[in-house]
Design a protein around this ligand. Sequence first.
Ligand code: PMP
Length: 359
Amino acid sequence: MSRFWSDIVHRLTPYVPGEQPKLAHPVKLNTNENPYPPSPRVVDAIRRELGETADALRRYPDPSARELRETVAAHHGIRAEQIFVGNGSDEVLAHVFQALLKHAHPILFPDITYSFYPTYARLYEVEYRTVALDEAFAIHLDEYAAPNGGVLFPNPNAPTGRALPLADIERLLERNTESVVVVDEAYVDFGAGSAIGLIDRYPNLLVVQTVSKARSLAGMRVGFAFGNAALIEALNRVKDSFNSYPLDRLALAAATAAYKDDAWFRDSCDKVVASRERLSAELTALGFEVVPSAANFVFARHEGYDAATLATQLREKEIFVRHFKAPRIDQHLRISIGTDAECDALLNALRDILGGYVG
Ligand code: PMP
């Protein structure tokens, strides 16, 4: 605490990202990164951008990210004017809170969801109300019918991994016409249906995506919002009042190249999905209850074994998973899908630890 702080700083509860261990070969299953590298075309594009002498880096990058937006627009069959880009989808979400969600009524989001949402709400002084997931962690969008300043949820949800059918989202959009509906699709490519195809029909729909997960570029920090041009303009107004160049030249080159290699992207998603199904089955066989996942992670609890203790014991074996000390989920672990070798290392460690457990 300091008397030099602005008033609001005293009231912030910063988001805590997953640990980035400083070990040579950790089994890192705690931040939902992709276990496979990005497309070789990404590497070529970065090398090309750098050239021999990195001369291009003398110049500022394109503040409008035009080439990237045109490439992504072609990929999704939409117009570049319907796309906003930011420094990771976290920054996109931050601008969404400031540009589109601050109104007379509180915004609504699930009680169990991405923990950055309440953090942004406090930062931008956006009032919010949470809506409880059911016992099986399913979202019921019918319960979002109250007057609101906006509705926000990930699909699939995080950290549960559960996906909502698109028909449910469309039913919400038909009813909820007076505020923005934000669908955070960070994990959509691993098994849910994208709502991007609905943006022409619903002027209040905003879909947020990222290259961090399915395109293996968490280290590059590139995210998107897709929606009606008026929503995109609101985001650009905030962005241009904040940072003209949120994406550097290498990030622009890398993300553009990633969208030009569809086969690589599909193959890496397919491998992650296959490993997820195998890991879910093996965890179930070990006595875990695993929430059905459409994402690149699973959310699981063991009937007779404390989740925080389990996370600590795994950590001692240099295996990192995520545990949230939060109501309703403090007996669960969120486990990112690794390579098959990493999943095996986790399963072997669990067999070791649980071997001493008599249920
Ligand atoms: N939304 C959700 C639901 C997430 O889990 C994450 C990753 N932590 C993000 C958005 C942000 O991802 P990024 O900033 O890397 O695009």
